[in-house]
Design a protein around this ligand. Structure first.
Ligand code: NAD
Ligand code: TYD
Length: 355
């Protein structure tokens, strides 16, 4: 089992990164220091960790910084004598990558390269760089079959192509320079603190307000859904016990078509959320819209390696995970409102700019 004193988490103000930092400090039994290194792009929200610094004095630090800047990475690694990195920072939204791919290349590929170089320079101290990646690198499945660690890469969107390139660099740095790395390729996540450009939070937030629920194409594209905290426990398991240089696929064993996901959310909301005017059922808001170009049809993960080798299991099913998520969005109105109105950007200005 690896043990770490100080983990630098890149992209810790994003959806999965913020959940991971909470998991590390609250649930994982980790007793060291966590440094959140994040550029605070549109997707970075310090409000997702608002209570953490005061609950963990001396154990949680925020450093505003960009992985496109190697000097900034080096400075933070040395300032805290970091001995591990967990790398989430990325441009993560497929639709944005189709509209404007440049940042995806710079952050996802060049940024990962910078991290690898800065890690290589500190080989005497850094015992692991864990790279968080996606199942989208494998392309698209037909009606049957699963992605696994031996599936050839075949990315289709600029997002998945940039993540594929970063995965290859990570593997190359292990094989060529002996940099200690592990990689996880995970399916679609959902849960608290997710930015409402992704399917599930967008549908929840639109359905709360009685707005249209846009479903791309015929809505029959399939994703394998995983509750974000289950992803966090998988990453931690791999960081502690995964074999260096090895990839682990992580999934929820939970395939659902998009239209089914939206129907389930609508009926759960009809039970748990305030009713729409006239008691209108929320699934009447579903609107089929133009398809995403190059839209992958089906993703599904065979996660037997991480289950068999590391004993990991997911704990939430779609029923339990969707309900937890919906209840979280209904309860955390301050976070939801700040994201909806862009308020958190003002908060960033006040707290982080020019520090
Ligand atoms: P996110 O978009 O919610 O958060 C990304 C974070 O990275 C933000 O806080 C942002 O400010 C930060 N960031 C962006 N560019 C940066 C830069 N140049 N330097 C420093 N920080 C920067 O993303 P997410 O959904 O939390 O995904 C995190 C990671 O997990 C990504 O690498 C993504 O590819 C991977 N992943 C996501 C999913 C999913 O379903 N969301 C599934 C599998 C893998
Ligand atoms: P998304 O959450 O963007 O994740 P990814 O593209 O990485 O899988 O989308 C999940 C699925 O939902 C995908 O098939 C696209 C579809 N989708 C919609 O139908 N409508 C939407 O408004 C969004 C954001 C996604």
């Amino acid at each position: 089992m690896r043990d770490f004193k100080c983990i630098v988490v890149t992209g810790g103000a994003g959806f999965i990164g913020a959940n991971f930092i909470r998991y590390l400090l609250d649930d994982a039994g980790f007793s060291g220091v966590v440094v959140n290194f994040d550029a605070l792009t549109y997707a970075g929200n310090p409000g997702s960790l608002a209570d953490v610094a005061s609950r963990f004095p001396g154990r949680y630090f925020f450093e505003k910084g960009d992985i496109r800047d190697p000097a900034a990475i080096g400075r933070v690694l040395d300032k805290y004598s970091a001995d591990a990195i967990c790398h989430f920072a990325a441009e993560s939204h497929v639709d944005r990558s189709i509209a404007a791919p440049d940042d995806f290349v710079q952050t996802n590929i060049v940024g990962t390269f910078n991290l690898l170089e800065e890690t290589r320079k500190r080989a005497d101290r850094i015992s692991l760089l864990h790279h968080v990646s996606t199942d989208e690198v494998f392309g698209s499945l037909g009606d049957d079959g699963f992605f696994s660690e031996s599936t050839p890469y075949s990315p289709h969107s600029p997002y998945s192509a940039s993540k594929a390139a970063s995965d290859h660099l990570v593997k190359a740095y292990h094989d060529t320079y002996g940099v200690p790395v592990t990689i996880t390729n995970c399916s679609n996540n959902y849960g608290p603190y997710q930015f409402p450009e992704k399917l599930i939070p967008l549908m929840i937030m639109n359905a709360l307000e009685g707005k249209q629920l846009p479903v791309y194409g015929d809505g029959k594209n399939v994703r394998d859904w995983l509750y974000v905290v289950d992803h966090c426990s998988a990453i931690w398991r791999v960081m502690r016990a995964g074999k260096s240089g090895r990839t682990y696929c992580v999934g929820g064993r939970c395939e659902l078509s998009n239209v089914e996901v939206v129907h389930r959310i609508c009926s759960m909301m009809d039970k748990l959320a305030p009713p729409l005017p006239g008691g209108r059922p929320r699934n009447s808001l579903i609107t089929f819209v133009k398809d995403r170009p190059g839209h992958d049809r089906r993703y599904a993960i065979d996660c037997s390696r991480i289950e068999n080798e590391l004993g990991w299991r997911r704990t939430e099913t779609a029923d339990t995970g969707f309900e937890k998520t919906l209840r979280w969005y209904l309860k955390n109105t301050e976070w939801v409102d700040s994201v909806r109105t862009g308020e958190y950007k003002n908060w960033i200005e006040k707290n982080y700019v020019d520090r």
